[in-house]
Design a protein around this ligand. Sequence first.
Ligand code: MN
Length: 510
Amino acid sequence: MIKAFDNFEVWFVTGAQLLYGGDAVVQVDGHSNEMVAGMNASGLLPVKVVYKGTANSSEEVLDVMSRAEADPRCIGVITWMHTFSPAKMWIHGLQRLSKPLLHLHTQYNAEIPWETMDMDFMNLNQSAHGDREFGHILSRMRKNHKTVVGYWKDPATLGHIAVWQRVAAAWADAQDMRILRIGDQMNNVAVTDGDKVEAEMRLGYHVDYVPFSEVLQYFKQVQDADVDALVAKYNSIYDTSQVLHDDGRTSIWNAAKAELTLRALLVDHKAKGFTTNFDDLGDVDVQISGMGFDQIPGLASQRLMAEGYGFGAEGDWKSAALYRTVWFMTQGLPEGCSFLEDYTLNFDGERSAILQAHMLEVCPLIADAKPKLEVHWLGIGVRKNLTARLVFTSKTGPGVTATVVDMGNRFRLVVNDVECIKSKPLPKLPVASALWIPMPSFEVGAGAWILAGGTHHSIFSYDLTPEYWEDYAEIAGIEMLHISKDTTIENFKRELRINEVYYMLNKALK
Ligand code: MN
């Protein structure tokens, strides 16, 4: 369905046993084949499911899980117990499996065949209790997994599997994700920093420092003709009617050169994301030496985000990685995602809202119309200069925003359902923006986010639902706090206190 996921597979393993004879296993195999073919043919699953046969013993379970673990195409395993499958035989295989696991509680037949059902049927179709036995060993082993309950043809059941597949795909993508960090965290900001060693151990991605002197090596190699071609492309895809003066055109040309520089750097390093630091843009005397960016590379960041490169401003490497993950999960979905910052509050009773923007770096995938490419003076950072940027307001409608913070002993994912409402033009602040009401209200939504220690930066998506984040937190084994229409401050504070104890004890339990 979606080309980006074509290289991935999810394996389907059916649990059975030989107690009822080889004929029963042959039937189990036939049913499983039919079910997997039906699931693939539904058009509802973004990643192909590959049936890997029945597992009837501890040796067979260990074998298939070892192969799943070793095969780079396999991004996760779905298990289903057609017959009763004594769960001690799953222990060693489940210990071997570190990839995402989904336990599907379903049944081959939808309805009970009241008139014809006999003991042979009962011995074959045992998932009602077989899946409970399997669920027990998952609980007993404290094995992170997703449980999906429902008939295998039901679009709702397939929808839950599809969400998990997208998250599993993004998880696989994160395991070799390299984030280039151009400069360090800016201005001693705490919330955007954290333990990069723990991030690699827990979340998979690697964060790598790149000195600006290395960026300059790429900058020097950019050809003028390539810059000219990129500027022509800008003119064809964006509304550039605001840029009438020569200084503006020069500024756009320099912004295009910055984009080509960063793109070459990212490609060469096989990186999937980057951070910038607006105090570290090359030679201090760039106007004389020509060695460096003459402006903050905001337009480049906007355009690279739209292509799927993770981006975090001011050295925010956790946001860069999370953006890449969100973009990867949502490939082929229609509404878009962006890095955003809580910018300014608008108190208006029950419609109180937060303007979401950034100095420049908002992804055009969330734009409600064709973005305008504009050039304006920007008087912040080491380069106070004319600066190119895409200007737009976002679509309206519901979405979800998320951030990861480092709590010292764990990563905490904070998720907030939000409602994007109509924003107004900002004639004196020409940046891209969204305007949203956090659920359940500005007062409670913003209050809970602040109590949770959430960042001022977050990664927003119209296409994700909280279920994606639940699956992500489950796979990663990190804390998740979800601020929704049902949140109250009283309950939220209780959850924070309970989680504090849970995560202290969690390692002892495993
Ligand atoms: Mn910022």
